[in-house]
Structure formats: structure tokens, C-alpha cells
Design a protein around this ligand. Structure first.
Ligand SMILES: C=C(O[C@@H]1C=C(C(=O)O)C=C[C@H]1O)C(=O)O
Length: 357
């Protein structure tokens, strides 16, 4: 078949796709009206999880699952915006991994707002200036982000966890320099530098002057102004500040990932594959933590995270943060949490939400 004929086929298929998307948009608008009547949240992470799972099962290729996901992420983003403009606060500045996490979850048709600190992200949502917030909670090599966990027990936010997102931590070298040998100065956030140290040593050498930057985005901004310098940064920041990537994937560990939480006033229904985050405290007595934790074993509940934090009220007293598999409305989880309560000083549920696909 000629190229012209093949392209005619593609044009016809595009017209059909657009027609189907228009039909889908009308149905979504109906859903939006029904949600307005019943005062239901417009963003439904449990429904979106099911959609992505179904698409992944149905996909027979040649499009890889990541491509199908990215396409539908934007479809859902555009559709959601027909129901309501969703405002999402994330830890800024623009171009950071938190920005990436917010885009991964909500797509480009949402209104993103960069906040300076983790408490500011919570405050924007609490004051109703954003509908959702996106904050980092743990990194696969560096461990938990204490500022986020402390917002729940110390600052007592009323917001709930309503979704989670994992973002691969990919570091890149952005510079206007033509070759690695032309780089005299390197701007980097200390964490990004620590995670790319070997690559820098092997490829740029040890004589380059390393200057601390407050974020991966700031590093790109600084390097964009000086062609003899480079930045360790994200691909969105390199686009944002129009500074090309000379090397990609310079991180020393290919498995490095950060988990982000979506916080808001939404309490998703069970999706079939959920997680529940809680925190609790036990009496300062021998065996009390073990007796409390036995509740999960008794009801066959799997834990995916456990972390202790000082109460900050009395020295050496702790609260425990735990993520379990299942939704708190599922009978088995309800029973386990009831048993846990019997052996704890208090138990607070931070939210049940769909597990990231
Ligand atoms: C249409 C809905 O609202 C939103 C948009 C969705 C979609 O486009 O399919 C799915 C979930 C919601 O976040 C819905 O809840 O079904």
C-alpha cells in the first residue's frame, strides 16, 4: 500500500477516535451532573484504578502498557476537567519529582499549584485553595520523609490519603555545553548528587566544582544561565528552562523510586485492590507492640510499610505508622483494626485508597 493510502487510513481512524472521545465526553458530563446532584467527589481514584487495570488486561500490543497508560492518563484528565476544574497543590518548585507525581496522577488538564513546603501543600488543601495535594512519603533508597508523616500525628491534619503514586527517580545531566569536558561547574541538589556520585566521578571527573542547589529545578535554572556549567535535573525541568539533556539516566541505582501520597477530603470506596494507612500508639510496656501487631497476623493482613516516629510529647515514646493491604470497609480489615484497637492507646485511620497500578 502506498504511503498516501496508509495516511488516508490513519486520518480516517483519527476521525473515529475523536468521534468516540466526543461520545465519551458526553457520558462523562452526565456523570458530572449526577455527581453534582449527589454531592459526590468528581475525582474517583478507585474507578480510575479499575479503568487502567481493565485496559492493561485488554491491551494486545503493539502499544506497550506504558504508552496506553500515558494516553489514557491524558484522556481521563481532559474528561475530569469537563466535570470540574481540579486544583492540585504539590511540593514545588515546578519541574521537581513532586510536580511529575502530580502530572502522573492528574494529567495536564488539571490546575497545578507549586507550594514551597510540605506543610504549605497541606495548608492549601485545608483552606480549600486546592482540591488535592501531592507530597512525597518515602524513597526506596533513602527511607521515609518525616515531614509528611509528622503532618498527620503532630499537626493533626483532617485530610485523608486518597491515592498514591510511584515515580522512578531518574537523574539527567542538563547543560548548554557541547561536551562533558567543557563542564566546569555542576549545580545539584545534595540528594541528587549523592544518588549520581559514581556517574559524575567516572564521566566528568573529580575536579568539577559542585554547587548545592535547593531543588533539581533550581539547579537547571542556574545552569541555563551559564554554558560552562551543568545541572543534575529532571526532564520536565530541562524542558521548562530550555536547557538540553547531554546525558540521561545518570542515577547510580536503576531501582530508585519515590512514593507520593495524594491528600484531600475524598474517601474512595473499595476498588478491589486497596491499601489502608493508619497510625497508632501502645502502652510503654513489655510486649505491648507485639500484642497489638498480632491483630494483622490473626486476620491474615499483609503489611507493606512500618515506621516509628517519636511522639515529641515524651522522650522515647513512639507512634507507629503502618500501611496494610485491603480497604477498611472490607470485613477482614475491619476485624483486624478492631483487634488492634483493643491492644492500642489509639488507632487513627489515615485513609483507604487504591493501590497504585
Ligand atoms: C466519569 C467519572 O469521573 C472521573 C472521570 C473518569 C473517566 O473519565 O472515566 C473516571 C473517574 C473520575 O475520576 C466517573 O467517576 O466515572
Amino acid at each position: 500500500m502506498s504511503l498516501q493510502e496508509l495516511r488516508r487510513q490513519i486520518d480516517a481512524l483519527d476521525a473515529q477516535i475523536l468521534d468516540l472521545l466526543t461520545q465519551r465526553a458526553h457520558v462523562v458530563q452526565e456523570v458530572g451532573h449526577s455527581k453534582t446532584r449527589t454531592q459526590t467527589k468528581f475525582f474517583s481514584p478507585e474507578r480510575e484504578r479499575q479503568i487502567f487495570e481493565r485496559l492493561e488486561e485488554a491491551n494486545r500490543g503493539p502499544l506497550p502498557p506504558t504508552a496506553v497508560r500515558a494516553i489514557f492518563r491524558e484522556i481521563l484528565s481532559g474528561m475530569r476537567a469537563l466535570e470540574a476544574q481540579i486544583r492540585v497543590a504539590h511540593l514545588g518548585p515546578a519541574g521537581t519529582f513532586s510536580h511529575q507525581a502530580a502530572l502522573d496522577k492528574f494529567g495536564t488538564s488539571s490546575e497545578l499549584k507549586a507550594a514551597d513546603t510540605i506543610p504549605d501543600v497541606f495548608a492549601l488543601v485545608e483552606r480549600g485553595e486546592a482540591d488535592y495535594g501531592v507530597v512525597p512519603v518515602e524513597n526506596s533508597t533513602e527511607g521515609i520523609v518525616p515531614y509528611t508523616l509528622d503532618m498527620f500525628h503532630e499537626k493533626g491534619t483532617r485530610l485523608k490519603i486518597c491515592a498514591e503514586v510511584y515515580v522512578p527517580v531518574v537523574h539527567n545531566l542538563a547543560t548548554h555545553a557541547e561536551t562533558l569536558a567543557d563542564i566546569q561547574k555542576l549545580y545539584a541538589h545534595p540528594q541528587a548528587y549523592a544518588q549520581s556520585r559514581n556517574w559524575i566521578r567516572d564521566n566528568i571527573g573529580t575536579s568539577v566544582e559542585v554547587v548545592d542547589a535547593t531543588s533539581n529545578s533550581k539547579a537547571a535554572l542556574l545552569a541555563a544561565a551559564d554554558p560552562t556549567s551543568a545541572a543534575i535535573t529532571t526532564s520536565i525541568a530541562s524542558e521548562l528552562y530550555a536547557i538540553p539533556l547531554l546525558a540521561q539516566h545518570i542515577e547510580d541505582s536503576p531501582h530508585n523510586r519515590t512514593r507520593f501520597l495524594v491528600i484531600g477530603e475524598n474517601e474512595p470506596q473499595p476498588s478491589g485492590k486497596d491499601k489502608t494507612s493508619i497510625f497508632f500508639s501502645v502502652q510503654h510496656r513489655a510486649g505491648s507492640l507485639m500484642r497489638a501487631m498480632a491483630a494483622f497476623d490473626a486476620h491474615d493482613i499483609n503489611l507493606t510499610m512500618i515506621e516509628s516516629r517519636p511522639t515529641k510529647q515524651l522522650p522515647w515514646e513512639y507512634v507507629f505508622f503502618i500501611d496494610i493491604q485491603g480497604h477498611h470497609k472490607e470485613a477482614q480489615v475491619t476485624r483486624a483494626l478492631k483487634l488492634l484497637e483493643e491492644h492500642s492507646l489509639f488507632v487513627t485511620i489515615l485513609g483507604s485508597y487504591p493501590e497504585a497500578n
